[in-house]
Every structure is written in C-alpha cells, then in structure tokens.
Design a binder for this molecule. Structure first.
Ligand SMILES: [Zn+2]
Length: 202
C-alpha cells in the first residue's frame, strides 16, 4: 500500500485485487455532471438508520445534536467546539473519521442559519479536512448536507454537514462497515486521535 494507506483500516485487503477493484469504480470526469456519485454512496441498508433516527427526534430535548454538547467531549465524541457550531464523530460512519459539523441551534435547513454560522461551518469543514489529512491521510473527501427526510437526512430536524474521508477502494467496504456497527472503544480512539490532531494544527 502507498502513502495513502488508511491507518484505521489495517484489516482491509490490499494488493493486485485491490487495484483492480479501484479501477472498476473510477469516476468518469470527462463528462459534464457527476454520473456515478449516487452509485458510489447509494447505501440502501442505511435506510434503517435514517428511519429510526427520525422517530427518535420529537423535539430539541430528544435531539442528539442538541444533547451532544451538554455532555463531555468523550461521552459525545466531540472533536471541537466552536462559537456557533461544533464538530462531532458520526456514530454511524460511512468511513473511519466520518465527521459531522452541526450548528448549536436546532434548525433543520441550510437557509435557516445566520451568516456567522454559515462562515463558521465552512471554516470547520476546512479545518476538519486538514485534520483528517494530518491524522489518517485520506486521498479524497465527500462534503455534503442531506436536506429533509427525502434528501436522506438521518436527523432531518437539526442541520448537519458531513465530512467523509475517502480512500481508494473504500466503497467496496461500506457493507462491511455497516455490518460492523459502531464500536464505542474504536470511536473513542478515533476521537482522541482527531482531537489531538485538531489541537496540533491550531
Ligand atoms: Zn437539535
């Protein structure tokens, strides 16, 4: 494996079969648009999480993104607390180090946030990318916000931006990651690494 090895994915197979698998999922950026972006992140088994998530959130008291900052960084898997927004590890990651950037305010839509919140969320997304590159050397990222249940938001009531680190061939392992579920000890270790990386880059 080269310099882009995922330090959290030591159990992932490598070698020639890996390279062949990578070649099979190469994006075709010669065309206008993004023809296979949904193919890459289309993960129907996650609908169980999405549906369960909506049912959990009745109001701000039951909202995990409102409750998170009221607990310790360790308990809530928080990487960094900003002035208007914070950075937290996703409990149901697509990939190790999958971060969420959330405003503290319980608002659902990107058009609901202030200019200050918008600017800070953007700055936190940039810093998140720098920290992830520093700690685990991803070679790509997906940044995005799913808006509404129809748009695939797991917790539609509280805005959150995804920062998903990507490594060549990782798409082949999404089902394995989903089956593995969240392991608190592992997420705790990842949080420690990323929080330390965040402080190092301050
Ligand atoms: Zn909330």
């Amino acid at each position: 494996m080269g310099e882009s090895t995922n330090v959290y994915a030591s159990t992932h197979p490598g070698g020639a079969s890996q390279e062949a698998a990578d070649a099979a999922i190469t994006d075709d950026f010669e065309l206008a648009g993004v023809p296979d972006s949904f193919q890459r992140l289309w993960t129907p088994y996650r609908m169980a999480y999405i549906k369960a998530g909506q049912d959990q959130v009745k109001d701000e008291e039951s909202c995990p993104f409102c409750a998170g900052p009221t607990r310790s960084d360790e308990d809530s898997l928080i990487i960094h607390r900003g002035k208007t927004a914070y950075v937290i590890l996703n409990l149901f990651p697509y990939n190790p180090g999958h971060l969420l950037i959330c405003p503290y305010r319980h608002v659902p839509d990107y058009t609901d946030i202030t200019a200050e919140e918008t600017a800070e969320m953007a700055a936190l997304a940039q810093k998140s990318m720098r920290v992830l590159r520093h700690v685990s050397r991803p070679t790509g990222f997906n940044l995005g916000m799913n808006q509404g249940v129809t748009g695939g938001a797991g917790i539609a009531a509280h805005l959150h931006q995804h920062v998903v680190p990507r490594w060549a061939g990782d798409g082949n392992f999404f089902p394995i990651i989903a089956e593995t579920k969240a392991i608190p000890a592992t997420l705790g270790d990842i949080r420690l690494d990323l929080a330390a990386g965040w402080a190092e880059l301050d």
